[in-house]
Design a protein around this ligand. Structure first.
Ligand code: SAM
Length: 404
């Protein structure tokens, strides 16, 4: 047995023991696909200088066969996800023989290779917005004997010319599920996608398509998003375990890091908080809830330091109208923490109020949240789509909602 096959087999065992890999089909795929051939180079950033450097994975096979995400383009423009996250997603999708699967975010082609091994290349379709990555993935997959349909395109449109699909899996996060994806999936088919309605505010959701497809959608080779008929849509629950992907980028847009905002405490309102929540985004289900009920769209978070030689630890929230708050991490003697807040919206007060509301609802975790997507709107719900707590979001016209 070659070194890489022994390492791939060990990774399959590790993921099986961790409950991230279950079925013999996917275990066999994991053992058979040489990840180092699809990820021959990975990039790391020097945390001090910010400079990116490349390394050959052949020189560190144990790394490439570990459950680790690796950057495959400099500036973090693309990564190959943790194998355990991919296998968990493939298991969740309940992929069966003969299924046609579309992947949005092909990246290195590793996931596509697992799908080819499981389903046969004629059933696998994948798009990525980076033409350079698609060309490399195509070459490397071909060397392994796999020829799936790989297209360099903006995945927001799906791949209508090869629809319908039984499954769509997106390995990049979207602020809203593009209607085209729903239109391109067959009835009862599944979409697994990371929906993030704000910075790190969201999770993977498994949606089942309901309602009849129209004649227009059934026709192959048509570049339409499909006609919309009443009663169509997709619905499902968020994954109980939090997972996160890089955001979907629009073709031609530059990668933008979350900006850091200057905050001048002079003139800001100074008060204290007794809320024992230092980094609200780390309580992922609450952070999502706070976006649903209170936080303005586009709220960003960052950390700010008070002492030059210690890592930044104060929480800063900021939104587009100039409102910001800073919350000191260390409490005073009475256990309360200092808050500076200014601008039209008291952001920390919004966090305190939404946290109180979240506690009253029994601190709901991801397993209680669900999403219904129709042609007209997105509706996020707690416990049940017909329940008392639903948050209707405006119709997410993909062109508008996903514009960078
Ligand atoms: C986490 S990586 C995917 C990893 C990949 N599945 C693998 O097996 O290596 C996310 C990918 O989404 C791609 N992406 C970002 N925006 C996109 C878009 N609008 N359409 C299609 N792909 C996009 C990125 O270029 C990146 O390769």
């Amino acid at each position: 047995m070659s070194e890489w096959s022994a390492l791939a087999a060990a990774l399959a065992e590790e993921l099986t023991a961790a409950g991230k890999l279950r079925s013999p089909h996917w275990q066999a795929a994991l053992r058979a696909v040489p990840r180092h051939e699809l990820v021959p180079v990975h990039y790391t950033m020097d945390p001090h200088t910010g400079a990116w450097s490349a390394a050959n994975t052949a020189d560190d096979l144990p790394l490439v066969y570990s459950n680790t995400a690796l950057f495959v383009l400099p500036e973090g423009r693309s990564s190959t996800s943790m194998p355990g996250l991919m296998t968990r997603m493939l298991e969740t999708l309940d992929i069966r023989d003969g299924h046609r699967v579309l992947e949005i975010g092909a990246g290195t082609g590793y996931n596509a290779a697992l799908l080819c091994h499981r389903l046969g290349e004629e059933h696998v379709f994948a798009v990525d917005v980076e033409p350079e990555l698609v060309a490399l993935a195509r070459q490397r997959l071909a060397r392994l004997g796999y020829h799936p349909t790989l297209v360099a395109a903006d995945g927001v449109h799906g791949l209508p010319e090869h629809a319908p699909y039984d499954r769509i899996v997106a390995t990049c996060a979207v602020p809203a599920v593009p209607w085209g994806w729903v239109a391109q999936i067959r009835e009862d088919g599944l979409i697994l996608v990371d929906v993030k309605i704000g910075q790190q505010a969201g999770n993977q959701v498994l949606l089942r398509r309901c309602g009849q497809r129209t004649q227009g959608q059934r026709t192959q080779g048509q570049r339409t998003q499909g006609q919309r008929t009443q009663g169509q849509g997709a619905q499902g629950r968020f994954d109980p375990t939090y997972g996160s992907f890089m955001s979907l980028r629009r073709a031609g847009a530059s990668t933008s890091a979350v900006p850091s905002h200057p905050t001048n405490r002079d003139g800001a309102n100074r008060r204290t908080t007794t809320l024992e929540l230092t980094r609200p985004w780390e309580q992922t289900a609450f952070w999502f809830f706070a976006h649903l009920v209170a936080l303005p769209p586009g709220t960003t978070f960052s950390l700010r330091g008070e002492e030059p030689h210690r890592p930044p630890r104060n929480t800063v929230l900021h939104c587009a109208d100039g409102s910001w708050c800073e919350v000191r991490e260390d409490p005073g003697n009475d256990g309360s923490r200092v808050v500076w807040e200014t601008g039209p919206r008291p952001l920390w007060r919004l966090i305190e109020d939404s946290h109180a509301q979240w506690r009253r609802l029994g601190r709901p975790g991801w397993e209680r949240f669900g999403l219904t997507v129709t042609a007209e709107r997105h509706c996020i719900w707690l416990d049940s789509p017909e329940g008392e707590h639903t948050w209707v979001r405006p119709h997410l016209d993909t062109e508008r909602a996903l514009r960078p």
